[in-house]
Design a protein around this ligand. Structure first.
Ligand SMILES: NC(=O)c1ccc[n+]([C@@H]2O[C@H](COP(=O)([O-])OP(=O)(O)OC[C@H]3O[C@@H](n4cnc5c(N)ncnc54)[C@H](O)[C@@H]3O)[C@@H](O)[C@H]2O)c1
Ligand SMILES: [Zn+2]
Ligand SMILES: [Zn+2]
Length: 351
């Protein structure tokens, strides 16, 4: 068994301002019911970029400064705290990033994704951009060791895409996805894998639309060059889309999606929108739309679906566009901020 050092490298939010810093910090000790994970690979999320830039959202939520950021990762169990059962040292694992209370009505009713006491790994507590990470055993997700770690590194985000896409029956349906960010791109593949007849995705970023095409989009609409109506005609969609997935966080995209839905269509909302950009309630009423907000992943049903899809041949490799050793994390954030990236993975096994 490898010895666990006392100090480790970690990517830390050092102060309440823009920027991140690679620092030496103490390796956490797993307490009762906790697990210490040695991180192999981690992925940069849009949330990490908000924290890096110290945007309004980060200023509200990241209150424990200095602290280690990051919440998308894969690794192996390095140590078990007292009382942990059913897990073993050396086991390949990832982890659910929402740490919930286990006591409230939603937690006890099997809807822990709506726990109002949720604490985010890498947001409200130390995260995974470090050589080691400590989380409650209940959040640990065992991973089939044959799966590619560059893919499992972002299962957390894949879980957002999976939960949003699989909210409704997709077999034979025409799907519109607004926003070809990493999550929208993954959703394209999931919808095709799950049997959608056609998947149309919109964005204004050609690099990302090309990735969406690689993931199987029937039409990847660059709104600067093509009308959504033309994509619909190309796919033979006459009455509107059956399923709509809002994954841009852009209000113009939300309005366009609602306008393009068939009467009686189903919408999942994942992209978070500025408060003042309300949606048109009358469109929901007169079109008889069903609208479901999505937060996080269903614990732990979504994790099962993700692993099962990848084990069943679903190929997420086009989504990974950059892999950097963790010491070059600044390059990773640059790639994310350029917009010309899919998922960016940081390798914690490479010094
Ligand atoms: N609800 C949750 O639990 C949860 C979890 C993770 C992410 N999110 C949100 O989901 C969204 C997607 O995440 P991501 O990491 O892929 O985001 P991202 O910001 O990387 O991607 C959003 C994409 O939308 C595109 N876009 C901008 N304007 C558009 C328009 N008018 N029409 C179509 N596309 C447009 C952008 O060019 C970008 O490629 C974000 O809003 C994020 O904050 C929510
Ligand atoms: Zn994330
Ligand atoms: Zn709870």
């Amino acid at each position: 068994m490898a010895t666990i050092p006392k100090m480790m490298d970690a990517i830390v939010k050092p102060a309440a301002q823009a920027g991140l810093e690679l620092r030496q910090v103490p390796v956490p000790t797993p307490g009762m019911g906790e697990v210490l994970i040695k991180v192999h690979k981690a992925a940069i999320c849009g949330t990490d970029v908000h924290i890096y830039k110290w945007e309004d959202w980060a200023q509200e939520h990241c209150i424990k400064i200095p602290y280690t950021i990051g919440h998308e990762y894969v690794g192996e169990i390095a140590a078990l705290g007292e009382g942990v059962q059913g897990l073993s040292i050396g086991q390949r694992v990832s982890g659910e990033g929402h740490i919930v209370c286990g006591q409230c009505r939603n937690c006890r009713g099997g809807n822990a994704q709506w726990c109002e006491h949720t604490k985010g790994v890498g947001v409200e507590r130390d995260g995974a951009f470090a050589e080691y990470l400590c989380i409650p055993a209940s959040n640990v997700v065992p991973i089939n060791p044959s799966l590619d770690e560059n893919i499992v590194a972002f299962f957390d985000a894949f879980g957002n895409a999976t939960r949003t896409a699989l909210m409704y029956d997709l077999v034979g349906e025409d799907v519109l996805i607004t926003g070809a960010g990493p999550i929208g791109i993954m959703a394209v593949g999931i919808c095709k894998f799950a049997g959608a007849r056609s998947v149309v995705i919109t964005d204004v970023n050609q690099y990302r639309l090309d990735l969406a095409k690689k993931m199987g989009a029937d039409v990847a609409v660059n709104l600067k060059e093509m009308k959504l109506e033309d994509a619909m005609a190309q796919c033979g969609i006459k009455e509107g889309f059956d399923v709509g997935l809002e994954m841009s966080g852009n209000s113009a995209a939300l309005h366009q999606l609602m306008g393009a839905m068939r009467n009686g269509g189903n919408i999942s909302l994942l992209g978070t929108h500025p408060a003042q950009d309300g949606m048109n309630v009358n469109t929901v009423i007169f079109k008889g739309l069903r609208v479901q907000g999505i937060y996080g992943r269903k614990m732990y049903e979504t994790w099962h679906k993700m692993s099962a899809m990848v084990e069943g041949g679903f190929d997420l490799s086009p989504v990974v566009t950059h892999v950097f050793p963790y010491k070059e994390f600044e390059k990773g954030f640059e790639a994310m901020m350029s917009g010309n990236s899919g998922k960016v993975v940081l390798d914690w096994t490479q010094k």
